[in-house]
Design a protein around this ligand. Sequence first.
Ligand code: ATP
Ligand code: MG
Length: 409
Amino acid sequence: MKQSQLFTKTRREAPKDEVATNAQLLIRAGYVHKEMAGVYSFLPLGLRALNKIVGIIREEMDAIGGQEVSLAALQDKKAWEASGRWSDDVIDVWFKTSLKNGGELGLGTTHEEPLTALMKDHIRSFRDLPAAVYQFQTKFRNETRAKSGIMRGREFLMKDLYSFNVDEKAHAEFYEKAKAAYVRIFDRLGIGDKTYVTFASGGSFSKYSHEFQTVSEAGEDTIYVHEGKRIAVNKEVLNDEVLDNLGLKRGDLVEMKAIETGNIFTLGARYSEALGLSYKDAEGKSVPVFMGSYGIGPGRAMGAIVELLSDERGLVWPESVAPFGVHLVALFDEGGAVKRAADELYAKLTEEGVEVLYDDRDASAGEKFGDADLIGIPKRYVISAKTLKDGHVEVKDRATGKVSMERFS
Ligand code: ATP
Ligand code: MG
């Protein structure tokens, strides 16, 4: 892509009311636009990065047998009344609205109820199990605190997967696979070393759920990390009994702030019983389906990557998430030789399948370098009259600042 064609502009200042580092940088670099508190639109660079994250998560969900769907955002209250979750006392972040001819609707905060209801059309016998169904879908939550930028949106993208198994044993096997897939996702997103599998409250069925907590001062959660075992315990559940249970000593744990980037949950028969999702076993007996849910926010993950990896000059993306692999910065000369060389290199890299953002704008070197630092593409190629004179292009690594010269022919 030629930068002269990119409609977004970088800016020096973020909006005054934006307090989160992730949103400040993403707005300044032209990745997102703030509509209002907790509501962000994604612009070309931001959408490319978000889609890279989505692509990684999709590969890992497909690899454990997930099948992708896309459920409606508008929610029929019937399913939610059946589970007891229509009430604002139970889910306090509902956005609700009504139809012109009467009748209430909700904007989906999560999708256990509609998917459980939907699966009744498809699961009848034990032969129809297991199933794992997932989506990337917009959730709406009337969050009271919206001070964490794109990490806590009132409208946000979530990958939510739901598993359906015959019993707890079959569920547990899938649950472990999903947990391993989540570990791979955070590794591939470049924040695996700061992300801990964290024991958290399990709700009605199991003792614990597992959160994926990414250590950062920008996090809203407090966790207690055991570095040796690479696990943590959420403050919400930390007590002597839990420590005993997990074989941990309080003195070995370090308190840290963290971002909940993912969450996996054993649901058991909570929703299948409420909504009547059951199967006939080999003896013809009707048994409620055993369920689990597995969430991750691609936008929150993107915000976490920004919080962890960016520096005082701007964004720093891991290759796997960067909107482009190479930022080609050309410092044009009078004669046009640099332009010709840069055009040629752009064509060559593009042909090789490299995703290139080509700064072909008529702007000063200072402006181009400042923008390149802010935009944060991992590799910068600089062509100027100087580099060209001895047949080189300068290659700079955004993360390390390391510069090398590559032969240019
Ligand atoms: P939190 O405790 O932070 O409010 P949650 O426990 O309500 O989150 P889940 O319902 O488990 O979150 O959602 C699954 C995942 O979706 C979370 O782990 C997180 O990555 C993401 N997520 C949740 N709420 C938001 C939000 N408001 N904005 C962006 N991502 C979110
Ligand atoms: Mg949570």
